[in-house]
Design a protein around this ligand. Structure first.
Ligand code: C2E
Ligand code: CA
Ligand code: CA
Length: 408
């Protein structure tokens, strides 16, 4: 405990009062303290803590007021542990540990119902009910996260993951330009889990590398069939999504090039998509891998363009071949000037830098017509085709080709 602050207390001196803000925890280095609950003359002694014991950690972690008064019994030396320090460590901790901790804190704070925990003011009825609901929601969310994190590692081995494919359409002639592979998890008891929920979990638990490898292998294997239904003589592509941790080392580049060459797929038939947020947050980390992928001939799309709230310098320095305009702007193009501005900016930038563009989330013909008129290269959205299992793709294509009424 070197480098930490010590505080000295005389016998019967108060260390903290119930209700004080919990800005730090203490470890008793020498001496002992008593823990008192209740108020004024009604205080009762609930514990005596001696050397090595820690106290104040619950208020420190859940940012609630202290639940007890602590008083030194003999000359006492305490080591002070600051909240900032603990929070910094916690931020780096596994998300499962974080959730577990929140769950335990909620239980500790509230064993008999919110607002009436030990040493807490009984809340007003409304507040209590609200807090109780919050506690229940928090616990339910924590239990769900813990279960999913536990089950995800089995999901791969138990064949519970599946790739769905969403068609990407060329605006100019309404032909099929390829697919984006989108991951689905068929959980045995919880049903279909969205990648928005389990991908972040896989990233934080490190499982994303195995998941990413599985996606790469599945998508390239399925592409051998799917490319057969794409128009001949056209540049069609399979797109896969990559996460930030996957782009950390050289491994991903080798994995991609080896998967392509094993299956005899030309590199330009694969496109990797990474979100603007990933690019901005870890530009140094990703740029080397992206350069190598581009040099190998793999396409690189900047996903969710417009959501990252950053400057645009990185667009010139990183080797993108395509910009995907986020669906939130595409769908709001007629409702918000800002959305229209972002869409126009993306299209101009891409034109200037020699990149193609995909408009995501197109759900109706009006918006499709507008984007086509504005010069966007590709369309993606429920209006053309939802993400679907590979087995459904051929039927979708037949129906799509037979329905020129929805032509862009
Ligand atoms: P994304 O890459 O932006 O994928 C597009 C999302 O928009 C997909 O959600 C797709 O189903 C949805 N979408 C497509 N067209 C429309 C439309 O017209 N309207 C609406 N409302 N939504 C539309 P999905 O499949 O739930 O995937 C969510 C996100 O999860 C993806 O966003 C991507 O960031 C991530 N993800 C999916 N698969 C993978 C994967 O294999 N690896 C990684 N790292 N991330 C993945
Ligand atoms: Ca994507
Ligand atoms: Ca996207």
């Amino acid at each position: 405990m070197d480098g930490l602050t010590r505080e000295i207390f005389a016998p019967l001196e108060i260390v903290c009062h119930a209700g004080d803000p919990g800005v730090c925890a203490y470890v008793i280095e020498e001496g002992c303290v008593e823990v008192l609950r209740g108020e004024g003359g009604d205080q009762i002694l609930v514990a005596v803590l001696s050397e090595g014991a820690m106290f104040g950690e619950v208020a420190l972690l859940d940012r609630q007021p202290r639940t007890a008064t602590i008083r030194a019994l003999v000359p006492t030396r305490l080591v002070r542990i600051e909240r900032d320090h603990v929070e910094e460590l916690l931020l780096r901790a596994d998300p499962v540990i974080q959730h577990l901790l929140r769950l335990l804190l909620a239980r500790f704070r509230n064993p008999f119902g919110a607002g009436n925990g030990p040493g807490q003011e009984p809340g007003r009825l409304g507040d209590g009910v609200y807090a109780e609901k919050q506690d229940r929601d928090l616990q339910a969310a924590a239990v769900r996260t813990l279960s999913l994190a536990r089950d995800l590692s089995h999901a791969l081995d138990a064949s519970q993951l599946e790739l769905y494919y969403q068609p990407i359409i060329t605006f100019s002639d309404r032909s099929l330009a390829g697919f984006e592979a989108l991951l689905r998890w068929h959980h045995p008891t919880m049903g279909l889990i969205s990648p928005m929920e389990f991908i972040p979990l896989a990233e934080k638990t490190g499982l994303i590398h195995r998941v990413g490898q599985w996606v790469l292998e599945r998508a390239t294997a399925d592409w051998l069939d799917l490319r057969e239904i794409c128009p001949t003589g056209r540049a069609c592509q399979m797109s896969i999504n990559l996460s930030a941790p996957e782009l950390g080392g050289d491994h991903i580049v080798d994995a991609i090039t080896s998967s392509l060459s094993r299956r005899g797929i030309p590199a330009h038939e694969l496109r990797v998509e990474l979100t603007e947020t990933i690019v901005i947050r870890s530009i140094d980390q990703v740029s080397l891998a992206l350069e190598r992928l581009r040099a190998a001939g793999v396409g690189i799309a900047l996903d969710d363009f417009g959501t990252g709230y950053a400057g645009l310098d990185y667009l010139q320095t990183l080797p993108f071949s395509c910009i995907k305009i986020d669906k939130s702007f595409v769908q709001q193009i007629n409702a918000s000037e800002r959305s229209m501005h972002i869409v126009k900016t993306a299209l101009e930038l891409a034109r200037g830098l020699g990149m193609t563009t995909v408009a995501e989330g197109i759900e109706d013909q009006v918006i499709a017509d507008q984007l086509k008129a504005m010069g966007c290269t590709y369309a993606q959205g429920y209006h053309f085709g939802r993400p679907m299992p590979k087995s459904a793709v051929a039927t979708w294509l037949q129906q799509f080709n037979a329905s020129p009424a929805v032509a862009p």
